[in-house]
Write a protein of this length. Sequence first.
Length: 374
Amino acid sequence: MRRALLPLSLLLSLTGCPEAPVPPPNPLGVRALPHPDGGWVVRWLGGATAEVDGRPFGEAGYLRLAEAGPHAVRVGDVDLRITPPSTDPCAPLRFVVLGDGRASVDGLGPSVYWRPMLEEALARDPAFLVNTGDLVKDGDAPREWRNYLRSLPPWPPMLAVRGNHDKGPWFDAHGVGHGPAWGWRVGPVFLAMIDAEVPEAFVPDLHRRLDDLLTASDAPFEIVVMHRPVWSRGNHGSDERGHNARMVPILDRHRVALVLSGHDHDYERFCPSVGVGEARRCVDAAEGTTYVVTGGAATFTVPVPGLARDVDPAVADADDAASRVFSGAHHYVEIEVQGGVLRGRAVRTRAGNVLPPGPFDTFEITRETSCPPS
């Protein structure tokens, strides 16, 4: 028996969306992204040209700033003030993570919840935002990409990885990332941004690049971001492409603090762990890697775990034992780092939820540093 669908206006009123004001219009899609070699890239749509620190810049749509800044950039009617990231490993840092903000139907790009959720995240005054992928539904549709880019604030930066729905030419053409593996150091954190959607033939090279990035990092906290989860009890399940046997030893060897992924439309946090297969085990947070799935910006989320059908039973049993929190709430994850301690909070948003907004999970990761205690 088919269920009648609620009118969209009624559905939004029941779920509390949109209760918060949406970000101001950004019709040119002006946004800044840190460059892995230092400085910034500024991108925008259309043929407008820019002014940088009061001087005209002649190239349309793209601007490379080699210096960290500060910089004052004007594109059309949009003023963008770029501030350099802290280089102090002991300075406090806050950023916010969202994922899978795509719509469920073609032609739109972002979910109906994306903009009000983004506004809630921006109210936390993050230094930057991280997007775990699936920015649009149809990666081959230029209109969807324009809608997504126009939804972003010019500042703070949005660092994103490619999701499976983002495949096609536009993720690269619009400069949403910097290739299959790139990194950025800000204060106590090094972020390794990984494209989990590369063709199978390029996976060994991707893993070598990840190893190189982590080897070169001396940050107290190393965080890996990729779309498909290492571990998950959501619809897609753990190790969907069979890469864990090669990737987890790299993460273990470098004592990566945190792995953030999306793909499954839920929130899930696993115990800090090391190992893969029969050697997988939970350990102290100071020694292992904490795995978090955050795909809660989608139109529809999944309220219960264990729906994936293609997960090996032994892996599913290990996932059940290692999972600490699972939720189908629309949410973002707030990360704060200070004094050798990383604290995470999963926050239920006003947009998309029947239950009231607020934190529903917290976790803490420590690493040895010379910083004074927070």
